[in-house]
Design a binder for this molecule. Structure first.
Ligand code: ADP
Ligand code: ZN
Ligand code: MG
Length: 404
């Protein structure tokens, strides 16, 4: 029998706010000594009252609009109750029945063309503290406790590890692009839960959902799904049954391991947080968040194709990051709109090569967009040939000198 995989993703992304979700503590804890960014609110002390971070709501609403979601007017925060040492209050503030954003979609570019992936919901919640295991001891650091997170839940629309990878990359690109997330996955800025099931191809029903929690790289998402699809198909092909469960990903061994089955699934006893008033957003406020959004990567990619006559691949490469897209358009403008394809070639070829080799970002490059345009002009005038131009660019890149 032929099987097909069904995959849905939950993405947790830290929002780039200065302070935490419900208190004034700094949310930038990356280099802070343990437990120095804490106060009675984010330590969950009884009686400490939360105050909602307006910037987090703005970023959340912008995210919702970027994901083609409806941004809901009337929502509130729930308490999600469970006990764990990294959760000092024994509840996490989250949104459950009434998430801020619902019913959206994003597009991924698969080898078979573009595909729309539904977004069920996107809501706000607060991060937990962090356990560090040192010399047989478990030490808890509450600096991360209360850092604003956004959670984005997809419809079960993904059908392969490859599509899931593209989806995660798309989320990262989009969230960084609109300034909501740092994109630094190494630092835990985004974490992924994947839900995987398999079913006989052609079947309309879903198989038992297996959830793999807390993956922290796109590569792990891809590997865990590949492993899990094969494991599940093997079980079914051998005449076995699958049960809904949560599994963990063992990065070193490249396998998933059972953690808890449905019988032990949590009952979080959600209820509205009595310490926080309902969140009422009006149409004008939501429209202002729309207006705050930059041109989004897909739209910009398509515009690059039409306006500058670029091949799809060039347009995609130039819109992976906003800074690159800006750089390209500045260079074309500096060249008075002349030779956009050549400018694109310089960026996606030599400049990317030099950036890669030196580990630099485009913003740190010594070659300015105007400098690049100037170089292209020298070639067009026949003053230098292509090979010389490559050497000149390299010198410009390392020294910051101009082409002339
Ligand atoms: P739960 O209530 O257990 O959290 P949800 O219905 O909220 O489950 O779904 C969580 C995630 O799992 C979503 O991304 C959803 O698309 C995905 N999902 C739901 N059912 C399945 C399934 N049978 N196979 C794969 N993914 C699924
Ligand atoms: Zn605090
Ligand atoms: Mg869920």
């Amino acid at each position: 029998m032929e099987y097909e995989a069904v995959i849905g993703l939950e993405v947790h992304a830290q929002m780039l706010t200065d302070s935490k979700m419900f208190c004034g503590c700094s949310a930038d804890y990356a280099n802070a000594a343990p437990n120095t960014h804490t106060c009675p609110v984010c330590l969950g002390l009884p009686g400490a009252l939360p105050v909602l971070n307006q910037r987090a709501v703005e970023l959340m609403a912008m995210t919702g609009r970027a994901l083609n979601c409806r941004v809901n007017h009337d929502t509130f925060f729930d308490r999600k109750n469970y006990f764990y040492v990294d959760l000092p209050s024994s509840y996490q503030r989250s949104q459950y029945e009434h998430p801020l954003c619902t019913d959206g979609w994003v597009e991924i570019e698969t080898s078979e063309g573009s595909k729309r992936i539904g977004i069920t919901r996107a809501h706000m919640e607060e991060d937990t503290g962090k356990l560090n295991h040192v010399d047989g001891l478990s030490l808890v650091d509450y600096n991360r406790s209360g850092v604003p997170l956004l959670e984005i839940v997809s419809e079960p629309d993904l059908r392969s590890a490859e599509e899931a990878k593209l989806y995660c990359a798309k989320m990262r690109q989009l969230l960084v692009w609109i300034g909501v997330n740092s994109g630094n996955l190494d630092e835990g800025a985004m974490r992924f839960d994947v839900n995987v099931s398999v079913r006989p191809r052609g079947s309309r029903e879903f198989g038992a959902k297996i959830e793999i929690k807390n993956l922290n790289s796109i590569r792990s998402v891809e590997r865990a799904i590949q492993y899990e699809i094969k494991r599940q198909i093997d079980v079914l092909a051998a005449g076995g049954r699958l049960y809904q469960e949560t599994r963990g990903w063992d990065e070193d061994r490249g396998i998933t391991l059972s953690q808890r089955s449905k019988e032990y699934a949590h009952d979080y006893r959600y209820f509205p947080d009595p310490d926080l008033p309902p969140l009422a957003l009006d149409e004008v406020w939501i429209a202002a968040r729309d207006a705050a959004l930059p041109e989004l990567p897909d739209a910009r990619r398509r515009r690059f194709e039409h306006q500058y006559g670029l091949p799809a691949q060039d347009a995609a490469l130039l819109t992976t990051e906003r800074a690159i897209a800006d750089y390209f358009e500045s260079a074309v403008a500096a060249a008075n709109g002349h030779a956009p394809k050549q400018v694109a070639n310089w960026i996606t070829g030599e400049l990317f090569r030099l950036l890669n080799a030196t580990g630099k970002e485009i913003g740190d490059a010594h070659v300015t967009p105007a400098g690049l345009a100037e170089l292209q002009t020298l070639i067009d005038r026949g003053a230098i040939n292509l090979n010389t131009a490559k050497r000149v660019l390299e010198t410009m890149f390392h020294t910051g000198r101009s082409a002339t």
